[in-house]
Write a protein of this length. Structure first.
Length: 110
């Protein structure tokens, strides 16, 4: 009975944590991962910008879709980089991701 109760509690906590996530909700509180946190915050900010500019009518639906696709590709690359380095980002990885995010930031809304 204890195992069943523990399983239900774990499932409930997991479900609630996923329910709270959406655009602009990268995990930016990871201990011992300052480079990951910095990149995640930039991705979050850009996702929020796209959402706000779409709501305000500054972006068309197609532009917003394209901007989100670019962010998704950057996020995927970040995950692959972390996989190859034991969950961390190297300085070179962070620099490459930041350059991509700089370019993407300039293109948001264009």
């Amino acid at each position: 009975m204890k195992k069943f109760t523990l399983s239900i509690a774990t499932l409930l906590i997991t479900t609630l944590s996923f329910a709270q996530q959406g655009p602009g909700h990268q995990p930016t509180h990871l201990d011992k991962h300052p480079r990951v946190n910095q990149v995640n915050k930039r991705i979050d900010n850009q996702e929020k910008r796209v959402t706000e500019e779409r709501k305000e009518g500054e972006l068309t639906k197609g532009q917003a879709k394209n901007d989100r696709a670019n962010l998704k590709a950057i996020n995927k690359e970040k995950k692959e980089m972390r996989k190859s380095d034991g969950g961390h980002l190297t300085k070179a990885d962070q620099k490459a991701l930041n350059q991509q995010l700089n370019s993407n930031s300039k293109n948001i809304g264009k």
